[in-house]
Design a protein around this ligand. Structure first.
Ligand SMILES: C[S@@+](CC[C@H](N)C(=O)[O-])C[C@H]1O[C@@H](n2cnc3c(N)ncnc32)[C@H](O)[C@@H]1O
Length: 228
């Protein structure tokens, strides 16, 4: 599909050419059991590695808007890291294909920074929803984050061309910022990602992937507890 942006640096697409929105819902929302996971929570924090076009964020916003008031968290904090931020025009071009996202896309673009220099941008998106967009390399910026994360969206480009998004620094800091029960999901099922997440305390499962991908990974942080 010609609306799917492609990165020359990483030789990969930003989302599935089969259907990026359906992929977001399957891999990231379904993979983290949303909306059930946030039901009844006070503040709920999602941390994404790789903001890209913001498609995952918009899928979350749409899910939140469709959830009954008693099925939502009181506040949603969405933190996302991005080293190569896209411009508003590129984001609109990539996402305007989905008419169903028009409302939330307009809201995002009205808050998205014009000046895309490295730094932390706290963007109040709507009542009860804050987007913290951290522009910079995840390996330098994630170690500076100090918050408790409820679920992780691991949305870098494929590990073979974007190994920096799947480093030991990333895995160790995910564990540092997780509590027992924190979940993650990712489109990839590559062995070293599975082992890296397992080695820092995530119980990792391989499940069916989206579209033409055979497998993906989901899991829950268990604090590194071993079965007796
Ligand atoms: C597959 S795309 C993200 C797709 C995104 N979730 C979306 O909905 O469009 C991966 C993103 O990770 C970013 N990225 C790659 N390496 C990075 C790094 N070391 N630190 C931070 N972001 C990085 C890329 O610039 C790209 O935007």
């Amino acid at each position: 599909m010609n609306h799917v942006p492609r990165s020359e640096i990483f030789d990969d697409v930003y989302f599935s050419p089969v259907d990026g929105l359906a992929e977001s819902r399957y891999v990231y929302l379904g993979g983290n059991k949303l909306p059930d996971s946030w039901k009844g929570k006070g503040e709920f924090t999602i941390c994404e590695l790789g903001f890209g076009t913001g498609l995952n964020f918009l899928a979350v916003l749409q899910l939140l808007a469709m959830s009954p008031v008693d099925g939502r968290p009181k506040a949603l904090h969405y933190i996302s890291f991005e080293k190569y931020p896209l411009t508003k025009d590129v984001i609109r071009g990539a996402l305007s294909h989905w008419g169903a996202l028009d409302l939330v896309l307009d809201v995002l673009l009205s808050k998205y920074p014009d000046n895309l220099t490295e730094g932390v941008y706290d963007l109040p998106i709507m009542e009860g929803v804050t987007l913290t967009l951290i522009i910079g390399d995840v390996n330098e910026a994630l170690p500076k984050l100090d918050t408790q994360v409820d679920c992780w969206f691991l949305s870098g480009f494929k590990p073979s061309t974007n190994p920096g998004m799947w480093s030991d620094i990333v895995f160790e800091n995910m564990a540092r910022l997780s509590a027992v029960g924190t979940t993650f999901s990712t489109f990839t099922a590559v062995g070293y990602v599975r082992r890296g997440l397992g080695s820092v305390g995530f119980d990792v499962q391989k499940i069916s992937g989206f579209g033409y991908k055979w497998h993906m990974l989901v899991g829950t942080y268990d604090g590194g507890e071993q079965c007796a």
